[in-house]
Design a protein around this ligand. Structure first.
Ligand code: FMN
Length: 197
């Protein structure tokens, strides 16, 4: 199949007109010390602002959604300020940036979660090892979520509900986000799909 689409021409993505058709894929960088986005990250994303659209690295929506050391979050005022710094740096260069939201589900470890067990659709451990504050360790059997806990997680992943995500949206009328949700194998959404979970 041949195509004559020129990558350097604008394209409409919902409400957004992208100046070109190149979208930067979400890539976990793990540079958010204490899970707070910082100036190093602002520089990194601003350097890539000529992409038609940047999708950020996966960003955890609650303390219990953490699966990696130094993964950024979006549930505290400090994290919101950090992402504002990133977003402003990208907009200053004329770029557009969406925030990718993430809940790691069972792909986590108590040493990342203040001693709590990770949560999942059912108490079935994922295979493999994780880098944690106590070294590289096997994933533990998670705690099965209670039905009543699920709406809160859905709300955390939905920018229309979350106060923090809404406040980000409103800055200067510049949207940092829609809600591309990370949902491949290291994510809670994905853990709901296989028959064994
Ligand atoms: C270092 C690295 C980090 C990644 N982090 C994320 C991430 O945070 N969120 C996500 O959805 N995908 C992540 N990915 C997957 C890439 O976005 C994916 O590889 C990209 O979309 C290219 O797709 P392809 O591998 O099918 O060509 C990551 C990939 C790499 C190599």
């Amino acid at each position: 199949m041949t195509s004559n689409i020129n990558l350097f021409t604008p394209v409409q993505l919902g409400h957004y007109t992208l100046p070109n058709r190149m979208v930067m894929a979400p890539m976990t960088r793990l540079r958010a010390i204490d899970n707070i986005p910082n100036s190093l990250m602002a520089t990194y994303y601003a350097q890539r602002a000529t992409a038609g659209l940047i999708v950020t690295e996966c960003t955890m929506v609650s303390p219990l959604s953490l699966g990696y050391i130094n993964c950024p979050g979006i549930y505290s005022p400090e994290q919101v300020d950090g992402w504002r710094q990133v977003k402003d740096a990208v907009y200053e260069k004329g770029g557009k940036i969406f925030l990718q939201l993430w809940h790691s589900g069972r792909v986590s470890h108590p040493s990342l979660l203040g001693g709590q067990l990770p949560v999942a659709p059912s108490a079935v451990a994922a295979s493999g090892k994780l880098h944690t504050p106590i070294g590289k360790v096997a994933m533990e059997t998670p705690r099965a979520l209670e039905t009543h806990e699920i709406p809160e997680i859905v709300e955390q992943l939905d920018s229309e509900y979350s106060d923090y995500l809404q406040s980000l949206c409103m800055w200067h009328q510049h949207p940092l986000l829609r809600k591309p949700i990370h949902s491949e194998n290291a994510c809670l959404g994905y853990h709901c799909k296989p028959d064994n979970t």
